[in-house]
Design a protein around this ligand. Structure first.
Ligand code: FES
Length: 161
């Protein structure tokens, strides 16, 4: 059986080595390494890939799991090419986040935390995303969409390719 790090493509291993040079310790290089590997792995990290990262950096798999399960930017199951986070905390809830969630479910045809058949989108509800003054809001990939209406949310979803 091959060593875990053999599952990381050669090109990625070279980039991990470059990242490692920028940080004083392997642990310090873990976050950017996970971002890289997740991106190259279709947006999520399998158990095998988490173990491969641990092996590549020479740290314990449990330490890598600890980081992956702590930060919501890492995913342990497949996600859509576009990841949508809908804030459902108090300000957004009072200003219609339930309607926004319903529009998304209707428009995408899948439930929360599922991936559309074409792999295009997945969505989850989220605690406060720090944009309470412009509630309701959602985050699509890295972009904030604020002062949403159901119509505007639908338009944004239709624009995602
Ligand atoms: S409550 Fe929705 S961004 Fe803060």
């Amino acid at each position: 059986m091959s060593a875990p790090k053999d599952r990381i493509p050669v090109e990625a291993r070279q980039r991990i080595a470059e990242i490692r040079q920028l940080y004083p310790t392997s642990r310090a290089a873990l976050l950017p390494t996970l971002h890289l590997v997740q991106k190259l792995s279709g947006g999520w990290l399998s158990d095998a890939m988490i173990e491969a990262v641990a092996d590549e950096l020479g740290i314990e798999p449990s330490d890598v799991y600890g980081v992956v399960t702590f930060y919501d930017l890492y995913h342990q199951k497949p996600v859509g090419r576009h990841r949508i986070r809908v804030c459902t905390n108090v300000s957004c809830m009072l200003r219609g986040s339930d309607e926004i969630m319903a529009v998304i479910r209707d428009e995408l045809g899948v439930d929360e935390d599922e991936v559309t058949a074409d792999g295009r989108c997945s969505y989850v509800h989220f605690e406060c995303l720090g944009s309470c003054g412009t509630a309701p809001m959602m985050m699509v990939d890295e972009d904030y969409h604020e002062d949403l209406t159901p119509e505007r949310a639908r338009e944004i979803l239709k624009g995602l390719t």
